[in-house]
Design a protein around this ligand. Structure first.
Ligand SMILES: [Zn+2]
Length: 86
């Protein structure tokens, strides 16, 4: 009787283990692979200080017929001066 009871306990443990493992897999599948936030796509890099700023709050300036985006008016002025000098 002892052996049968032991086998039952082991069987229950094995079933519990597989159920737990599949549950963890399902949970991980729901989360999916890491993806950067969508807002990251709307980030633009300031060509002067190399800072990333949201497109919506970036300062735009036309330099040499092209539109550039900056983190601040100061960076836009710096860029315009740099382009003007060269
Ligand atoms: Zn800047």
């Amino acid at each position: 009787m002892g052996i049968i009871r032991l086998m039952l306990v082991v069987g229950v443990l094995v079933v519990a283990y597989f159920l737990l493992r599949s549950a963890i897999r399902e949970f991980r599948g729901l989360k999916g692979p890491f993806q950067p936030p969508a807002s990251r796509e709307d980030m633009v890099q300031d060509p002067v200080c190399k800072t990333y700023v949201p497109r919506g709050s970036a300062v735009s300036a036309d330099v040499g017929g092209q539109t550039y985006l900056f983190c601040s008016r100061d960076c836009a002025d710096t860029f315009q001066k740099q382009v003007g000098q060269s």
